[in-house]
Design a protein. Sequence first.
Length: 223
Amino acid sequence: MLLTAHQLHHTYSGTQTPVQALRGVDLELEAGSFTALMGPSGCGKSTLLQLCGAMEPPTQGELTLQGVPLHSAGDEALTRLRREKVGFVFQSFNLLPTLTVMENVALPLRLAGRKYAEAEQAARQWLERVEMDRRRSHFPSQLSGGERQRVAIARALAHQPVLVIADEPTGNLDSANGQRVVELLQSVNRETEVTILLATHDPAVAAAAGRQLRMKDGQFVSL
């Protein structure tokens, strides 16, 4: 099993009234699987993605990725694991505006210690895969929303992660571009066998995944 979560709880305590975002979640992801999380805003989808992506440890419970215990890892270990094993695709793309398309995709590789030529070669290969190589010298502001998301997908995959976390990847796109992004994620999952965990409000997007899970009030509920 690539990822295993057991009785995950997570509470945000920075406000006057603590918010319990997760309430005893159990989850298993097989290597090469494509899983969609559904549910209303505030149900805990994004929190679960953050924990599975090693953004922070849970308040309570056990969480492992390829046997590495994320629930007890320190900040340095979590940072290293994110750089090596996890790719992220966000609703707002999160491309750096002062970097070109090529530089954005190569950045995670450079942060992981890859040499410039090696990082550039891998970035170009993935830009070709998402049909964005012809735009590699452009800046994010010169791209459409659909193009930005394809660049973001290339960036998420360039360092060959074992897990891709996609948080509402079609949320800022029209239906045509959203469908193209979904089809791209499907083909990448099928061809590379990278595991994908995706959150969405859109049933059509969720239907593209091999498995759908619904959340409500910080827990899984029946579809």
